[in-house]
Design a protein around this ligand. Sequence first.
Ligand code: PEP
Ligand code: MN
Length: 353
Amino acid sequence: MIIVMKAGTPEAEIDKLSQELTTNWGLTPEKIVGRHKVVIGLVGDTVYLDPLQLREMSSWIEEVLRVERPYKRASLEYRQGEPSEVLVSTPAGNVPIGLHHPLTIVAGPCSVENEEMIVETAMRVKAAGAQFLRGGAYKPRTSPYAFQGHGESALGLLAAARKASGLGIITEVMDAADLDAIEEVADVIQIGARNMQNFSLLKKVGARNKPVLLKRGMSATIEEWLMAAEYILAAGNPDVILCERGIRAFDRQYARNTLDLSAIPVLRGLTHLPIMIDPSHGTGWAEYVPSMAMAAIAAGTDSLMIEVHPNPKKALSDGPQSLTPDQFDKLMGELAVIGKVMNRWPKPVPVLA
Ligand code: PEP
Ligand code: MN
């Protein structure tokens, strides 16, 4: 349930109402400051509440609405139809990710292999215009015999790349026991597709104040994905970015996954959370990455995640879908064309009256 306050409601009135909702009604009100209005969110067992009775509590209340969807904090209604932004602090300053901002580009290898390759990749993708370096220290691999990532020592290498390049770092957590170490270097914590419904892990990252990149599970419905985001939001962390990375369909002969670009407009109608598209895992092949990346921008994504490796043929994981730094440079030139048309590159062009 949400209580929409009239524009210009005095702060004291909102505090008084929140106080009353807590003490007399036993609720946990959450104040959400929008562009024009303040909304008070009431989550939990609200079925017994009568909106008309709540409405009577103050003449400053504009309306009381029920959020009918199973996800509440993640819903668009919860923010009155306003997309939210995730502000990530990086060595180069705060980077906002969201609909009202320029596109955010995340690039880097699947796995952090050694210092030279991660620093080289960082410098190259930064020069090409990326804001974040991605790279896995802990890798979720289908086979226990495949390269599992260098673990904690790779976090040190990411720290070196962060220092050398000034880029923000995105890296995956698989085990909550590693969170403290990951937080030391990561500016955004990634939850991978395979852990999208690892609810205890979601609660643990929800209890931290680092932004979370939540990848869509490979067979997850949009609703399951948003419910996973709800776990993080409900645990107190408001900074969640949703990343579409391809889902399982019936044909894996040519593409590794089916990149669901329709998720972009679908999510826009359901949630305020920022959106990222990962065409690398989404297709599994470097040659398909540029067209899907361009299509994602045209469809309105807020950010892209692209795997880049200095020598994809020698990569310890996901080589076939990784671009070389030269290919990434070329791609960034192509993305700029679409990005400018969409008014998302590198800064939005002021709208002429
Ligand atoms: C990755 O980002 O390297 C990764 C393992 O992604 P996903 O969880 O989408 O498979
Ligand atoms: Mn990968």
